[in-house]
Write a protein that binds this ligand. Structure first.
Ligand code: SF4
Length: 407
């Protein structure tokens, strides 16, 4: 059994998640490598294979990260460590399974295992059609309704399918999932602890007492949409005069409840300047946010038919910004960041049933929240039949990630 250095061991009952960079992150990376080797050795039932798998992953990561790993920040909470908001924390059984899946994906190293079923790393799951907002970019616009199409029993059925299929990480979204709060709590209770649950919210109705109730139900983290550091611009984007204030309060409520807190930013052309990105990151740091996810606008939902895509220079700028933020040094106390557009362009798409997929509030499975097109309904058709179609259809913009890709 791997023993963690004393200064990295956490009080499991401690409420406050902490950002770890610098020396602490160095030791965590080292222990993560040992943990990986041990897990791979067990998975392959051969000691050399564990080391080979590690070297292979390192060499692959260096092909897009350079020699200096970008994994230089972790968030510690409840005795576990997290390097991203879409993968499980380590150490623990969920993370061990996650590593085993990564090993299995490497066909060349796992001769005879290449064609086996591997569960997706995470599912984005819409649990309600309702939403009180009218955001300018809403990707789910065609599904928004004033009543839910699936009842709680049907949602529980969908959840049971996820569990049967070995899925261990779920991101509950909508519509606005807080608009269905009582059932949201029941779903989190039913999913935990065999699945790690995150909530994706606009911050509508995310009060201190609700944050605590969700934490008690087993929620791990909350991902709050914040699309501009300036109050008026965020509110205009969300078409709601209180939206920025809700987001700020939700950050505080989430942290006080002991949840991991992530921000989600749709980087519009206007937002994609270095000054705006820095102001946004500074706000996130000052507010004690742990992760920031940057998404690029896509021509779907309310953005359909509009010229919203970032140009090559903007994509490069956002990518450079995120790399710099994650590099540690003078940015060590800023949140860990990810820009999916960078990985999609360097590694390929990991959605469409590879590392993740999207199931909407009707039970229809899609490649991701932005590549719309339901390929089948989980309450009518077996999961793996739909998954096969989603994988064959693939991402609408990017090539599929190669088997060697690791997020
Ligand atoms: S983006 Fe989310 S919060 Fe905004 S209208 Fe759409 S579902 Fe509601």
């Amino acid at each position: 059994m791997i023993r963690w250095p004393i200064f990295l061991r956490q009080n499991r009952k401690s409420l406050a998640p902490v950002l770890i960079a610098g020396t602490g992150a160095f030791w965590l990376r080292l222990f993560l490598k040992l943990y990986f080797v041990k897990t791979a050795m067990v998975a392959f039932r051969h000691p050399v294979m564990g080391v080979k798998a590690l070297l292979r992953i390192q060499s692959y990561r260096r092909s897009f990260e350079g020699k200096r790993s970008i994994m230089r920040k972790f968030v510690g909470a409840g005795g576990k460590y997290y390097f991203a908001s879409d993968s499980p924390g380590f150490p623990g059984p969920l993370f061990r399974e996650f590593l085993r899946d990564e090993c299995r994906r490497r066909g060349a190293l796992t001769e005879g295992h290449g064609q086996e079923y591997i569960p997706v790393q995470t599912v984005f799951w819409g649990i309600t059609n309702r939403c009180p907002l009218q955001c300018t970019h809403c990707y789910d616009w065609d599904n928004i309704d004033n009543r839910d199409r699936l009842g709680l029993d049907q949602l529980m059925e969908v959840l049971a399918i996820f569990r049967q299929q070995g899925i261990r990480h779920v991101q509950l979204s909508g519509g606005e999932p807080m608009a269905r709060f009582d059932e949201l709590v029941k779903l989190v209770q039913a999913a935990s602890p065999s699945m790690e649950c995150w909530l994706l919210t606009s911050a509508y109705g995310f009060s201190a007492s609700r944050a605590l109730a969700l934490k008690e139900a087993g929620l791990l983290g909350v991902n709050i949409s914040l699309d501009h550091w300036q109050q008026d611009k965020h509110n205009a984007f969300r078409q709601n005069g209180q939206s920025h204030q809700w987001a700020m309060q939700a950050i505080d409520h989430g942290r006080q409840a002991g949840l991991l807190v992530s921000l989600s930013l749709c980087v519009t052309r206007e937002m994609a300047s270095w000054e705006n990105l820095m102001a946004y990151a500074t706000l996130a740091r000052d507010r004690g946010v742990h992760f920031v996810r940057m998404l690029e606008p896509r021509e779907v939902g309310r953005f359909s038919g509009m010229e919203v895509l970032l140009d090559a220079g903007q994509v490069e700028r956002v990518s450079r910004f995120v790399r710099q933020m994650n590099s540690g040094g003078r940015f060590r106390d800023f949140p860990a960041m990810v820009f999916f557009g960078y990985h999609q362009r360097t590694l390929g798409c990991m959605g469409a049933g590879d590392r993740y997929l999207y199931v909407d509030a009707n039970g229809d499975m899609h490649a991701c929240p932005f590549c719309r097109g339901g390929m089948g309904n989980l309450l009518e058709t077996p999961y793996r039949d739909i998954l096969k179609k989603v994988q064959e259809r693939g991402c609408h913009l990017f090539a599929r990630a190669q088997p060697d890709a690791i997020h």
